[in-house]
Write a protein that binds this ligand. Structure first.
Ligand code: NAD
Length: 383
């Protein structure tokens, strides 16, 4: 099979930049694809970050601290960008205007205005593929449940709940970093960090929040910096968003979304639960193989069923069907979806594409309304 090699540049070689490089190096994991990435350029202002790329990614031939170098390189077709949120608008719009396809990290702009500016530039350059990172829907469990949601399996939706919970911020001695500073992370705090992950699936299906009552908590208001000095820790730690939502056919239901940096005991727990009059289903990364379902017919039994799902992600892989799916598998699958869409447009191998700019914008509208709800202690319409 002839294989198209796609030259990829990475801007931001930190936690996520390395994760994408590793996914790229693991391309042999995927079966029967006629496209593959080749990471040829890496950019970071921190020399230690780019040194890791120079040492570990043999295909990299351009290492720079100025992302303009990647934009000027004709062999770079696509860029993955994973930088602090205050840089999203400038770098993403420069990348798109340079005609490079872009897989950009969430929240896709530090605030609503920045996100809108990126979406406007993406719309003006419709020949460039622009997508927002959100990997959890590419796991076998969420993938299956979201397909059921799209097919209307659930009957009338009774309630939708999804969350993304961390706990390392419970440690008051954890040093502050850019993700806990409003200037770099944004006023959204934990919503900017975790919210797109929670919103992606309902957003894709057009399950829209009409309004929100947000409960935002800043539990640790100060932390040590790297030198041990106590400094303000400004951002929201936890967010609970109670929304009145509606499906595209107008059926209304409560949507409960939570994003927490301080959920004691939870380490990167992403979960979704859909309750319906005919069918209910739930998944959590805590039990990555398990999917829980309850099928109901009037007057019948109400019994939850637990199934260990086979390892069957959207893009077939060499992994045996009894093995577990994990975080880096989801990144690999998401990257495959991005490159599949880049290579084949609407004729992708499977139908679930990465999050679109409009979906990211819809998440910003929700988070912006949530900030207002917290300020006013009121229910606020999501425009
Ligand atoms: N999809 C996910 O699960 C996930 C997880 C964590 C973070 N993220 C997102 O990824 C992005 C980056 O987060 P991270 O955890 O990798 O952060 P990080 O701090 O580990 O990495 C960011 C990198 O950007 C570099 N950088 C800063 N300014 C730059 C510039 N002008 N040019 C080039 N590089 C620059 C920094 O030196 C750093 O190495 C954020 O948008 C974050 O929300 C996504």
């Amino acid at each position: 099979m002839a294989r198209r090699e796609i030259g990829v540049g990475i801007i931001g070689c930190g936690l996520m930049g390395r994760e994408l490089a590793s996914a790229s190096a693991r391309w042999l994991h995927l079966l029967d694809l006629d496209f593959a990435p080749r990471i040829i350029a890496a950019c970071d202002i921190n020399p230690a970050a780019t040194e890791w790329f120079a040492a570990n990614v043999p295909s990299v031939r351009l290492v720079t601290d100025d992302y303009q170098g990647l934009l000027a390189d004709a062999d770079v077709e696509a860029i993955y960008c994973a930088v602090p949120h205050n840089l999203h608008e400038r770098i993403y719009t420069d990348v798109i205007r340079a005609g490079k396809h872009l897989l950009a990290e969430k929240p896709f702009g530090i605030d609503l205005a920045a996100c809108q500016a990126i979406v406007d530039v993406a719309n003006q350059n419709s020949d460039v593929l622009v997508r927002c990172s959100s990997q959890f829907p590419f796991g076998p469990g969420p993938y299956l449940i979201s397909r059921w949601m799209a097919e209307g399996h659930f009957g009338r939706v009774i309630e939708y709940e999804a969350g993304f919970w961390h706990s390392s911020d419970l440690d008051p001695n954890k040093a502050v970093n850019w993700k806990r500073m409003i200037a770099m992370n944004g006023e959204y705090g934990c919503m900017g960090d975790l919210g797109m992950h929670v919103f992606h699936i309902p957003g894709r299906l057009g399950w829209r929040p009409k309004n929100v009552r947000a409960l935002l908590s800043n539990i640790m208001t100060e932390r040590p910096d790297k030198e041990g000095r106590i400094v303000p820790c400004e951002t929201w730690d936890n967010a609970i968003l109670c929304c009145e939502a509606a499906t595209p056919d107008g059926s209304e239901f409560p949507m409960l979304l939570s994003m927490k940096r301080i959920a004691p005991g939870e380490g990167n727990t992403w979960f979704m639960r859909v309750m319906g009059t005919e069918f209910s289903a739930g998944f959590s990364t805590k039990n990555p193989k398990e999917i829980r379902t309850l099928e109901y017919t009037p007057g019948g039994e109400q019994a939850w069923r637990s199934l260990d799902l086979p390892h069957k992600p959207p893009y077939a892989s060499i992994t045996g069907s009894i093995f577990e799916f994990g975080f880096s598998d989801a990144i690999l699958q998401m990257f495959a979806a991005f490159l599949d869409e880049l290579a084949h447009g609407e004729d992708m191998k499977q139908p679930f594409a990465c999050a679109t700019p409009e979906e990211a914008l819809a998440s910003h509208r929700l988070f912006t309304a949530a900030l207002e709800s917290q300020r006013a202690a009121q229910v606020v319409a999501v425009e």
